[in-house]
Design a protein around this ligand. Structure first.
Ligand SMILES: [Zn+2]
Length: 368
């Protein structure tokens, strides 16, 4: 078994679904690197149950590159797997396991290459930066990026090894998550004049979002490499109401928006906020005790094409890929770019396999 497969097998065995701690995995990586004489810095999450990790291989001089991976994986709940998702299983030319592709495969390759890096007499350092909670809002990278900017201000490029089948990706959409809560007044459904339906308020809100989504689609840029070539709104989870004869008093709508990297996010936020304001007024005109509350984070961390694209140039030199690629999913890369780094995405495995049951990576991708 190759060293990368052996390490991948170890990494997959840690159940680092984002809701769990990643500390056992980080401890294992720290010990593995310590055996090779490489020291790590770990940075605990605010809650203390998770950690980001940074290791430097090569000379202690400014510059160099960062290889960035995340340690968390998406859940396997309600998925039917043919094998144990937390035990790397080889079948034919594939290795199955949660995270094999997204993105412990890349993490394993980086770690397996450390002995070679140590022997290579590097002129500038290679830094390994592994984050937590990428899959749940890039939380680890949001903590890590300012630290990297402080510790490694002269780094030339950050390469994020998300699964792109080794294509060089210079742009991706950003991601915004919002929750809208509508507090109405409960009443018997035979006396609607005594209540204010939170479900009606939520429906007005969702109608506005659907109209906005259709507007995004209608104003698409046909020259854009993105598929679809516009921002998109997903009404993800709706809850509200208790019984057929009750005017409901609480409704919650969870929404996710994938934002084109060049889109004016503040304009979108402004429109959604205005919509909520108008619905709140409509509710409070009927009863001042009503409310409509919006919880929204305007940072979307899309990845924009860089004019001089240092990271992309470097990736192209190594991968040989010269095509212009974009992806519609988000990565830690947008966070690092916002912190001032040059960033490109390039890694083994295909996003088609990520997040699904029976996630796999081709052995050829991991041993290449
Ligand atoms: Zn990923």
């Amino acid at each position: 078994m190759s060293q990368s497969i052996e390490i991948l097998s170890k990494l997959v065995s840690f159940d680092t679904v984002s809701r769990n701690s990643n500390l056992d995995l980080v401890d294992w990586v720290v010990a593995y690197l310590a055996d090779l004489g490489v020291e790590c810095q770990t940075f605990k999450s605010p809650c203390g149950t998770k950690a980001n990790m940074l290791a430097t291989i090569g000379p202690d001089v400014p510059g160099g590159v960062v290889l960035s991976g995340h340690t968390d994986v998406v859940p396997v709940d309600d998925q039917i797997w043919a094998t144990d998702p937390f035990e790397l299983t080889q079948k034919g030319t594939r290795l199955y396991g949660r995270g094999s592709c997204d993105m412990k495969g890349f993490d394993a390759i980086c770690l397996a290459k450390v002995p070679e890096m140590l022997k290579a007499n590097l002129k500038t350092p290679i830094h390994l930066a592994f984050s937590y909670d990428e899959e749940v809002g890039l939380l680890g990278a949001i903590e890590l990026a300012p630290r990297l900017a402080e510790i490694l201000p002269d780094v030339k490029a950050i390469l994020v090894g998300e699964p792109t089948e080794m294509k060089v990706v210079e742009q991706h959409k950003g991601f915004m998550y919002l929750k809208a809560v509508f507090e109405g007044i409960e009443a018997h459904s035979s006396m609607p004049y005594l209540g204010v339906s939170s479900n009606v308020a939520a429906t007005k809100f969702m109608s506005a979002l659907v109209a906005m989504d259709e507007e995004f689609a209608a104003s698409k840029d046909n020259n854009s490499p993105f598929l679809p070539p516009h921002s998109t709104i997903n009404i993800a989870v709706i809850s509200g109401g208790t019984a057929g004869n009750i005017i409901p008093n609480k409704s919650v709508v969870d929404v996710s928006i994938r934002v084109m990297p060049e889109e004016d996010v503040n304009a979108i936020v402004g429109r959604i906020t205005a919509e909520m304001d108008s619905i709140r007024s409509w509710m409070q005109d009927q009863d001042p005790a009503c409310n409509a509350i919006l919880d929204l984070d305007a940072d979307t961390y899309g990845l924009r094409k860089e004019p001089d694209g240092q990271a992309a140039t470097l990736c192209r030199r190594y991968s040989g890929d010269n095509s212009d690629n974009v992806v519609s999913y988000g990565t830690d890369g947008g966070v690092f770019q916002k912190a001032g780094f040059s960033v490109a995405i390039c890694g083994p495995g295909s996003i088609d396999q990520a997040h699904k049951p029976d996630e796999f990576i081709e052995i050829s991708q991991i041993e290449a």
